[in-house]
Design a protein around this ligand. Structure first.
Ligand code: NAD
Ligand code: MG
Length: 390
């Protein structure tokens, strides 16, 4: 990006794991980027610090009660402070060349959809938005001519393997999975794991929610649904393969039986860099892949009995309608309850399963329908959490 004008960037979820990794990359090439908006949920301190460092035009907190504090932290600087859902939405139609969607959970759906509706180039990390409202998001993106750059490492790998290809020439997509921290554990052993054990991922350093999702393997279930929306090859042609080293980030097999894979160190800055510089390539200081030291790559089939989340996700997307939104909402509530010590690890997927079984709303036609389903599923999951804690 050397001789061109600066690329203007907004980052939703700037204080999180993906958000700060994105800013780390921008630090390496500071002069080629101009930061428009940075957003966070309620962490005014970190948001103010980053906004000042990167000379952002606007800093937005999703939580309106933090506005006064943010204004105070930003007083005397040129960064404008704002807060609340409307301002979060407004930030999505600033004139950014590139928008990072890195809010965690379905809370990221409104600003992500807003950016897509305005035909923006959106780097998508926020998989929960696509799980809940994939059909709607893809339709809006198509209608507005928006560009979606997948950031999730598997989907970024697939996107790279598909460059220059025809999607109807693809025979199979293989999503790789590390298997998480409990890959070799029995259900009995998993019954008593603590949040601390669950967030300690063997390969990746990530936010708490996605770390728990990796431990239950719901993350791979969400990624299956994400892949189904991003790459229309048919659900039955998307497979999951456990690969504990996380070196091969995913693969695409073509009809001539040629298979392309993308490899790299397990560092989210690599897929983020590929989206940030797209369609060019930027220099990074990430660890190069050293296959001699790694020496061996292992593969195994996922165990659907020990990790039922994968089955739940596949059947939710097969059923379609509101089921994926229900799966996601129930999972968000259950993961939060596990992280705060209210329920046991295995109860996460039990709650998701029970909410999916007990709730079959009519086909959602709009964003409002999806939010209504999301809310109802959250209420049902919350009720089950309460039942389990008495
Ligand atoms: P994180 O918890 O580290 O950060 C989340 C960010 O979203 C923070 O900036 C937080 O302030 C903001 N946020 C949280 N709740 C919000 C709300 N209700 N409204 C507005 N903003 C809110 O999460 P993360 O690990 O960076 O993950 C972000 C997204 O990227 C998730 O969807 C995750 O699945 C996906 N992802 C993450 C990784 C990773 O390595 N961390 C890898 C692949 C995909
Ligand atoms: Mg992933």
């Amino acid at each position: 990006m050397s001789s061109e004008a600066k690329r203007s960037v907004s980052i939703f979820g700037a204080t999180g794991s993906v958000g700060t990794s994105t800013l780390d990359l921008i630090r390496l090439d500071r002069n080629n980027y101009k930061i428009l908006a940075l957003t966070a949920n309620d962490n005014a301190e970190d948001l103010a610090k980053l906004s000042i460092e990167f000379d952002a035009e606007l800093a937005v907190l999703a939580d309106p009660s933090g506005l006064a504090h943010l204004q105070q932290l930003l007083s005397g600087t040129s960064v404008k402070a704002a807060a609340g859902p409307d301002n979060l939405l407004a930030a999505a139609h600033l004139d950014a060349d590139w928008t990072m969607a890195a809010i965690v959970g379905c809370a990221g759906l409104p600003p992500t959809l807003e950016a897509l509706k305005h035909g923006k180039t959106v780097a998508l990390a926020n998989k929960e938005a696509l799980v809940s409202a994939g059909a709607l998001m893809m339709a809006e993106a198509r209608a507005a001519g928006a560009t979606m750059l997948p950031v999730d490492s598997e989907h970024n790998a697939i996107f790279q393997c598909l460059q220059g290809a025809r999607i109807d020439h693809v025979r199979k997509i293989t999503l790789t999975a590390s298997g998480g921290p409990f890959r070799t554990w029995t259900r009995q052993q998993m019954a008593s794991v603590t949040p601390q054990q669950a967030v300690a991922h063997p390969n990746w350093d990530m936010g708490a929610k996605i770390s728990v999702d990796s431990a239950t393997m719901m993350n791979k279930g969400l990624e299956l649904i994400e892949a189904h929306h991003l790459f229309p090859v048919g659900l039955k042609n998307i497979e999951i393969l456990v690969h504990p080293q996380s070196v091969i980030h995913s693969m695409v097999e073509y009809r001539d039986r040629s298979t392309l894979a993308q490899l790299g160190s397990p560092d989210m800055r690599i897929p983020i860099a590929s989206a940030l510089a797209w369609p060019e390539r930027m220099e990074t200081d990430c660890k190069p892949l050293d296959l001699v030291t790694i020496s061996q790559l292992d593969f195994e089939a996922p165990d659907l009995e020990r990790f039922p989340a994968i089955k739940l996700a596949r059947s939710a997307i097969e059923s379609g309608g509101g089921k994926p939104a229900i799966l996601n909402a129930a999972n968000e509530i259950a993961v939060a309850a596990f992280l705060n010590g209210t329920i046991q690890f295995l109860e996460i997927t039990e709650i998701v399963s029970r909410v999916l079984e007990g709730y079959s709303p009519p086909q959602p036609e709009s964003l409002d329908d999806i939010f209504a389903i999301d809310e109802a599923a959250r209420a049902r999951a919350t009720h089950l959490v309460e039942e389990m804690t008495v």
